[in-house]
Design a protein around this ligand. Structure first.
Ligand SMILES: *Cc1c(COP(=O)(O)O)cnc(C)c1O
Length: 261
């Protein structure tokens, strides 16, 4: 609502809400395909003259751009805002927040829903120049100024007072992600390089939808997307070591069952 008067640019495979919100607010969103390997091509966004929305790391691929690549996008779009959504940055990504000091057209947004375990709280924040923040306030105070409730604010404050718990938790998730990736590779899966709390994987042994359904029968929920380009994949959220071991055991059983057919 604040920054997309020239339209927006978003990737074809990314956080689904960008397109949903664009449609809701009547914004023309140009959809830019990821490269063949599912990475974002920074050149596609240079001088695009639209508001740019990039999840970095991206979802559901888990892949990320470097700060230098983001800087090139920001630099070449001086008259538009580049929003870098760092929902997953605490799981091994690098924040672009330092660019805020240098450029007045970058807005970094973060959420407490992922690394801070507060998904039900609906709490997030943005970091950007005074001018961009003033624009956001203008929108906020002309729509719904009371958009964060008091209990959520208290929960957010409690999170900030427990930094060690959350950083330890992120470390465990990263370890379990690396474990799960290695095990899936052993089972013949292709796994995209993830800097998030999930992995995106596929195999020739079974199609994504079938694997998703078989896992579900056994009480393991992963995400499957019907979009053509990613319909072979499953997105697996990283849990505890025990959960990931149970997941790997099930995947092994299911794929071996397929091979025996
Ligand atoms: C989860 C998520 C958000 C924000 O979620 P909220 O729960 O609404 O704070 C934003 N962007 C991405 C890419 C996400 O995965």
């Amino acid at each position: 609502m604040a920054f997309s008067q020239d339209g927006a640019a978003v990737a074809d495979i990314t956080y689904g809400f960008y397109e949903v919100f664009a449609e809701l607010h009547g914004i023309d969103a140009k959809v830019i395909p990821l490269k063949e390997d599912f990475s974002i091509c920074p050149d596609d966004y240079k001088g695009i003259n639209r508001a740019v929305f990039i999840a970095n790391p991206n979802a559901p691929t888990g892949m990320s751009l470097t700060v230098e690549e983001i800087e090139d996008i920001v630099k070449t779009n001086p008259n538009n805002v580049v929003v870098i959504d760092e929902a997953y940055v605490d799981f091994g990504g690098t924040s672009a927040v330092e660019l805020v000091k240098k450029y007045d057209n970058i807005l970094v947004v973060m959420t407490y829903s992922k690394s801070r375990s507060l998904a039900g709280g609906r709490l997030g924040f943005s970091i950007g120049s005074k001018e961009l923040t003033a624009d956001l306030r203008k929108i906020k105070y002309s729509t719904n100024p009371y958009n964060i409730n008091r209990l959520t604010l208290l929960a957010g404050e409690a999170c900030l007072n427990d930094e060690k718990y959350y950083s330890d938790n992120c470390k465990k998730i990263i370890e379990n992600r690396e474990y799960t990736t290695a095990e899936l590779v052993k089972l013949g899966f292709e796994v995209l390089p993830s800097k998030t709390n999930f992995i995106f994987a596929r195999t020739d042994k079974i199609d994504g939808e079938k694997l998703y359904k078989e896992l579900k029968k056994n009480g393991i929920l992963v995400r499957h997307f019907t979009k053509e380009r990613i319909k072979d994949y499953i997105r697996v959220t990283i849990g505890t070591r025990e959960q990931m071991e149970a997941f790997i055991a099930e995947v092994k059983r299911i794929t071996e069952g397929e091979a025996a057919k």
